[in-house]
Design a protein around this ligand. Structure first.
Ligand SMILES: *Cc1c(COP(=O)(O)O)cnc(C)c1O
Length: 235
């Protein structure tokens, strides 16, 4: 199967899931997660109409994406992996959003680096919702503290847009669904407390579970394997 065929399949499944859950067609954005896949694969997806990509590692993305974005400014890339503070400077040069903000220190560093180059960047708050995944805010108090500091204007170069989570890696559909429900409920609880922010994005769902995520309110699914095939971690 070609990347173009895979994309078409995934897009159709997204439309099906939108219909099934009574949601408007086009309400769910598709990110193609290109980690461990070469620039050629990104270009193939781009030629099939894909504009939004996701990468985990700054080192890899920094080689791949700046030239792609230079050649095709319509392309955008979000960082979705755990981010060390010393990688922020590089990442904000080309990423349009950091979906994996999981601590206040990271907000301080993003603000500092964005101030230096005078640019604004979108972010999502990553929340830990499943036993097996390790990333994301684990404390609701810490999460609220970070959001509050954004709402008070402490980070003028940062535009918070919502929340991200990873479901646990399990075949138990109930656990996966619960993880998505947890994020949606949290978002619905938090949003009214911060009317000055627009925290509408719910980034949840990957190759194995994006249909469940859409049923539970996802607005952005992050799909790698189902588009690009298996990753070769030996490289
Ligand atoms: C790798 C990754 C994905 C994509 O996973 P697939 O199962 O290949 O679709 C999505 N989100 C995050 C945070 C990832 O690290």
């Amino acid at each position: 199967m070609s990347i173009q065929n895979n994309l078409e399949l995934v897009r159709n499944k997204i439309i099906e899931a939108e219909k099934k859950s009574g949601r408007k067609e086009g309400s769910v954005k598709l990110m193609a997660v290109s980690k461990f896949h070469p620039s050629d694969a990104v270009i193939e997806a781009f030629n099939a109409g894909q504009l939004l990509f996701g990468e985990n590692r700054v080192q890899e993305a920094s080689v791949k994406f700046p030239p792609l974005i230079q050649a095709h400014p319509e392309i955008s890339v979000h960082m979705i992996g755990q981010l060390q503070s010393n990688k922020v400077k590089k990442a904000i040069e080309y990423a349009s959003c950091i979906q994996s903000v999981d601590r206040i220190d990271l907000l301080h560093e993003i603000e500092k680096q964005c101030t230096k180059i005078n640019r604004k960047i979108k972010i999502l708050f990553e929340v830990h919702t499943g036993e097996e995944s390790k990333s994301g805010y684990t404390s609701e108090a810490d999460l609220l503290d970070s959001i509050e500091k954004c709402a008070k204007g402490e980070f003028p170069h940062i535009i918070p847009q919502g929340f991200m989570t990873m479901a646990p890696f399990t075949d138990d559909e109930k656990l996966v669904r619960n993880s998505f429900i947890t994020l949606r409920n949290l978002s619905e609880k938090i949003r009214p407390q911060f009317p000055s922010l627009s925290l509408t994005e719910l980034s949840m769902g990957m190759s194995g579970d994006f249909e469940i995520a859409i049923e539970e309110g996802s607005t952005l699914v992050r799909v790698g394997t189902a588009i690009f095939g298996e990753r070769d971690y030996s490289k």
